[in-house]
Every structure is written in structure tokens, then in C-alpha cells.
Design a protein around this ligand. Structure first.
Ligand SMILES: [Zn+2]
Length: 654
């Protein structure tokens, strides 16, 4: 058995930048990361440079070859590095002491180099066969530090009384050599954290043991569920006080730990109820045989909370909705992880929507709608309308844009729920099926990752299994992949025809051309009448620049309120047109019925779906309503009327 290192001078290598200004896609690799066994020994006292050294550390990474493998790369930021995505600078000084490579249990020779101080590239001297397992052990020590105060900063240290890690999106590589992309989830992470005695440490998963040697204590934790790299954390402090609660659910009894800082002794007592509510709606808490913990990072944290797996880190522990948000990530983000940070909808839109779901099941539907209205208004008042939810932009502030990926995303999930109500033609049944569909998706992607398009496909698959219409791609396109929202102009015209009132509602979609034309089935409107009565009804808005809807009433309609009650992200203007200015077209029993309210000469053309004229006619209009036989095969046509008034639309002859 031999092993050897060959160092390739860095200046001979092209600098490889994995961090760049686009978010990395899921890439094909010949190997899979199976397991991390890491150890980190931290000096509790800062050194002369005010830094807390890592005295010793290793990560033993077990891989499995999927295809023939002769090299691999890992992320590890050893030195000075200016981080794209955010104004942050890593000033690490981490020294790799040795790397060992084992193949089928035997030491083997290999070469490695560390281009740009951001990667470890390992070249094997032979090709590893598919299904073989192999292991790399990276031993290192040194200093981690950073200048910025944003999130994702890696291993941080404050005031000689707390040390913690914070990773999202790419902070793990700042303190642990790893394959640090969200889709590469090791199945097991075994963590040993060694600190001065008297310090209490918490990490992902279950505590195995804690062992004292002299003045040092080593806490040993193991996470037995797949975990995205950005969720691998620990926190250690000599100031923690620990409170414990128990969550009971069916036959399960699970501990909830509150690690509280010196200035905050009120834990989030809402957690058992929140665990029950989300387990009822989404399926049982995925890590129920381990734990849930809220850990107060009481010094220097970025000012929010982070859903680290089984181990939420938070600036303060007694914010009810913040607790619900981070807990819900354990389904949406941790159990099912965004494949790339372009797919942040998979994480943050779901967690924001879950705040409303918690309110609904805790306090009632009115509180749910209160949250949704808050999300709609936040987006409409403060959002950058030109950012789509999918791939909102190249910087961290784009991906974690509260107005877009959080608020708009949440309102879009509510719109999906409304689509289910329309598809099932029943509110209660639609709601029920919507949550069933979320569960279906959650189970299918459990402990793995998802792109937005995977979510879309799973929703279609669910509807298909229910024998429902699956042609809902437009929904994802208009709300998630494209930016913006509907800017509806409602033009209302009414006409007393001697005995009843004709009401015409023309809906123009006036949003910019790079936004979608929106399709919203069963879009709600309220119509009020002169006798103070009212009805709530719906119209089917299609993806058209303009559409006209016709109603006929005995009573005089006085007011039209679109989107009542306010459910959608839309901006609406309503104008009353004194005279009827709309052409209205209806097809029934192979007859074309036209309502053309202005007299004159008109040109009528009907095109088939290939764009060929199948009917062309000159019309002399001297009364409002005319009717003519159509005599065309069933199908989709386009109708165009030109004259004193103009009209263009898609029609279906059925
Ligand atoms: Zn979140």
C-alpha cells in the first residue's frame, strides 16, 4: 500500500471559478456523494488577530462511482476570495495537512491541486468502476474569517462566547471541504465538534454522545437523513441555556430543544402546534425520529433565521410566524431541496405560503387571507415587476428578494389553490385536492431535490391520476417563468333593450409585451344592482389581449367589482362606457350570432387554425343583433370584423 501527493504548481493551471455570476445548474457527474464524517476542533479563545483558529479538522467523504471515474472535484475556499453574488470577502487561511484516498478499503496513489484556492481537484491514477465506493479524507487546520456580515458567511465567531456556521447558499465550502451544491445531498452526515469544556454544541440530527478529554469536550451528532450541503451546521457556546419540550403526534414522541442565548429566555412555545399543523397538511415531520431545535445565534447573526436541518438558527426565538416559516422549510427546502438557486421557489415561496397555511389552521381562513393579501400587496407595492420568480437574477439579493420569491411566490401558490378550485368546480374539494397534490409532490421528491419544472410535472401527474385536465402549463409560464402580473382594464357597457339590461364586460390585458397574457379560469366578479342587491359570478379569462363577456339582467346593473374578493396579483382599472361600443360574438348550434351596436358596413372574415380564410362576407348592419348559419366543421377558428367597430378573437365551433 502506498499513497503519495504530487503538487502541481498553481501558476501552471488555468484558474477555475465555480462561483460565477450565474447560478450553477444540476450537472452530470460520474460520482455521487454518500456520506460526510467530519471533525472540527475549535479553540475557544481568539488569537492575537482576533480570530478563532480551527486547531484541527477533517472531512472523510465517501463517494460512489456511477460511471467510470478518474477525477473528482470538491469545493474548499482555503484563502482570500472575493465572493460573487454579494459584497463579501473570504479571508481564510486554511492549510491542507494531508489528503488520503481509499478505494475498496485500500490506500491508493493520486494527484491533487487546489486551483484558485477555491477547489480541490483530485486525479486518480486509474479509473474507478461504476458502483465502486471510494473515500477521500481531507485533513486541515487554520483560520476562517470574512469581512461581510451577510448570510452564507461560513464559520463565524463572536465575542469569545459563540461559534456557529451559516451556509446558504455556498458557505459550507468556507469551512468544510465538500461538494457544495444544493442537489448533492449526502445520505449521512456524522459530526464531531471539539471545544473547551463548558461549551454546549448542537449539530444536525441526533446526539450520539459527548466525550470529555482533559479540558476539551467532543459532541458527536449524526444526521441520518439526506441533507443539502447548505444545511450542514453546528453552533457552540458557553452561554446557551437549554429548554426542552415534547411533541406528541399519533404514537410519536419527539424532543424539541430550545438553545437560548443570555438575553432571551422565552422559547417559541408555538412549535408543537406548528409541527402538528404542518404534519397534518404535508405529511409527518420528515425528521420525526431525530429532533427539532431552535438555536438562538445571539451574536452577529444576519438578522433573521435559517432552516438548518433539524436545527433552525434564529436571531430570536419567540417570533411565531418566523418559527412557522423555518419549520415549514423542513418539508419545503430540506426534505425537498431546490435543485439550483434558480429554483428558489421550491424553498422560499413554499415557506412563505406555509405561514398562511399555519394561520389558516391555527386561527381560520380570514387570517390565511390576511397573510395572502399581505403578500399580494407587498409585491404590488414594492416588487420589481420585471423579475420572474424562476431565476430572478444573478445576485443573492435577487434570489432572496422578499417581494418576489417570498411574497409573490406565496400569492402564486394561493393562485394554484384557486386553480384547483376551478378544476374541481368546488372550493372545499379543490382545497383538499390542492393539499393532496402538494403531498404527492413531497412524497415523490422526498429527501431529494426538485426544479420548478419537476413541481409543475408532478402537479400535472396528480391531475392526470384524477382524470382532470392537465393542460395547465400556462399557469407556471405566466406566474413563475415570466415576470409581471395582469394589468386588466375592464370596460363596462350596459344597454336597456326595452325589457332587460344587456351588460357587456370587455377585459383588456394591458401589461407589457414581455409579460404573459394571463389565463384565469373562473375569475371572480361581483355585480351590484340598482336595488342594492348583488351577485358573485365568474368569467373565464383567456390568454388574449381582449375579451368581451355578455350578461343579461332584469335589474339594472350599477357596479362591477373585478376580482372580488381580492384573490389574485392583478392591477385593475374599471371604466364605464356610456354607449355599447363592443362587438359580441357567440356561436351555438353551428350558427353565428353577432351583436354589433353601431350601424354601418362591416367586413367579416373567419380563418381556420392554419390561417386560411374559410368565410368572407360583407355585412350591412342596421340592427343590433344578427344571426347567420356557419356551416363549418367543428374546431378552432379566428374571427375578424372590421368597420365602424373592430373585433378579433379566437372562436370555437362545437
Ligand atoms: Zn425561508
Amino acid at each position: 500500500m502506498i499513497y503519495l501527493f504530487t503538487f502541481i504548481p498553481e501558476k501552471n493551471l488555468q484558474k477555475i471559478e465555480i462561483l460565477s455570476y450565474t447560478w450553477p445548474d444540476v450537472e452530470y457527474k460520474t460520482f455521487k456523494v454518500i456520506r460526510y464524517d467530519y471533525f472540527i476542533w475549535i479553540d475557544s479563545i481568539k488569537n492575537a488577530q482576533n480570530l478563532r483558529p480551527i486547531l484541527n479538522a477533517y472531512n472523510k467523504i465517501t463517494f460512489k462511482a456511477i460511471d467510470p471515474t478518474d477525477s473528482i472535484y470538491l469545493h474548499f475556499i482555503k484563502g482570500f476570495y472575493v465572493v460573487p453574488y454579494w459584497t463579501d470577502t473570504v479571508k481564510n487561511n486554511l492549510i491542507i495537512d494531508s489528503i488520503k484516498f481509499f478505494h475498496n478499503g485500500n490506500y491508493k496513489a493520486f494527484n491533487y491541486y487546489t486551483p484558485g484556492d477555491t477547489l480541490i481537484i483530485v486525479k486518480f491514477l486509474f479509473t474507478i468502476n461504476p458502483n465502486d465506493s471510494f473515500r477521500l479524507e481531507i485533513y486541515y487546520h487554520g483560520i476562517t474569517n470574512r469581512a461581510g456580515s451577510s448570510f452564507g458567511g461560513g464559520l463565524d465567531l463572536k465575542q469569545n462566547n459563540i461559534v456557529y456556521t451559516d451556509n446558504e447558499p455556498f458557505g459550507l465550502r468556507r469551512w468544510l471541504p465538500s461538494f457544495d451544491l444544493p442537489y448533492e445531498k449526502p445520505q449521512i452526515v456524522d459530526a464531531k465538534i471539539k471545544t473547551k469544556i463548558g461549551w454546549k454544541t448542537i449539530a444536525n440530527g441526533k446526539l450520539i454522545d459527548s466525550i470529555i478529554e482533559g479540558n476539551w469536550i467532543t459532541y458527536h451528532y449524526r444526521e441520518n437523513y439526506p441533507i443539502a450541503p447548505y444545511l450542514i451546521v453546528f453552533a457552540s457556546s458557553n452561554k446557551f441555556t437549554i429548554q426542552t419540550q415534547t411533541w406528541n403526534y399519533n404514537n410519536i414522541s419527539m424532543p424539541i430543544y430550545h438553545y437560548l442565548g443570555p438575553n432571551n429566555n422565552s422559547p417559541s412555545l408555538y412549535l408543537p402546534n406548528q409541527l402538528t399543523i404542518f404534519s397534518n397538511k404535508y405529511g409527518i415531520y420528515p425528521f420525526y425520529d431525530e429532533k427539532y431545535a431552535e438555536v438562538q445565534i445571539f451574536e452577529g447573526f444576519f438578522g433573521g433565521a435559517m432552516e438548518n436541518q433539524t436545527n433552525t438558527f434564529t436571531i430570536a426565538t419567540n417570533y411565531e410566524i418566523l418559527s412557522a416559516h423555518e419549520l415549514s422549510h423542513h418539508w419545503w427546502g430540506n426534505m425537498v431541496t431546490c435543485a439550483t438557486f434558480k429554483d428558489i421557489f421550491i424553498n422560499e415561496s413554499f415557506a412563505t405560503y406555509s405561514e398562511a397555511v399555519y394561520d389558516e389552521n391555527n386561527l381560520g381562513y380570514g387570517n390565511y387571507m390576511g397573510q395572502i393579501h399581505g403578500d399580494i400587496n407587498r409585491y404590488l407595492n414594492y416588487g420589481d415587476y420585471n423579475k420572474p420568480i424562476y431565476n430572478p437574477g444573478p445576485s443573492l439579493s435577487d434570489v432572496f428578494d422578499g417581494n418576489i420569491t417570498y411574497s409573490k411566490g406565496s400569492a402564486v401558490l394561493h393562485a394554484l389553490r384557486l386553480l384547483f378550485r376551478a378544476i374541481y368546480n368546488d372550493s372545499a374539494l379543490g382545497d383538499n385536492k390542492f393539499f393532496q397534490a402538494l403531498k404527492y409532490y413531497g412524497n415523490k421528491r422526498k429527501f431529494s431535490y426538485a426544479r420548478v419544472v419537476d413541481f409543475e410535472n408532478d402537479i400535472k401527474e396528480f391531475l392526470n391520476s384524477e382524470n382532470k385536465d392537465t393542460s395547465i402549463g400556462y399557469f407556471f409560464n405566466q406566474w413563475i417563468f415570466k415576470p409581471g402580473h395582469p394589468q386588466f382594464q375592464f370596460l363596462i357597457s350596459k344597454n336597456f333593450n326595452g325589457s332587460t339590461y344587456d351588460l357587456y364586460i370587455k377585459v383588456n390585458q394591458n401589461q407589457p409585451n414581455n409579460w404573459a397574457r394571463f389565463k384565469i379560469p373562473k375569475y371572480p366578479i361581483r355585480i351590484k344592482f340598482s336595488d342594492n342587491s348583488q351577485i358573485d359570478t365568474t368569467i373565464n379569462i383567456d390568454s388574449l389581449p381582449s375579451q368581451t363577456f355578455y350578461f343579461n339582467f332584469i335589474k339594472e346593473p350599477t357596479t362591477i367589482i373585478p376580482d372580488y374578493p381580492n384573490h389574485y396579483i392583478d392591477q385593475i382599472s374599471v371604466a364605464l362606457i356610456p354607449e355599447n361600443e363592443f362587438i359580441y360574438v357567440k356561436i351555438k348550434d353551428n350558427k353565428l350570432k353577432l351583436s354589433i351596436p353601431r350601424i354601418g358596413n362591416y367586413e367579416l372574415k373567419i380563418y381556420n387554425s392554419l390561417g386560411r380564410i374559410v368565410l368572407s362576407k360583407n355585412l350591412q348592419i342596421n340592427k343590433n343583433q344578427i344571426e347567420m348559419p356557419l356551416n363549418l366543421p367543428k374546431g378552432i377558428y379566428f374571427i375578424e370584423i372590421k368597420g365602424n367597430l373592430n373585433y378579433k378573437s379566437k372562436i370555437i365551433n362545437f
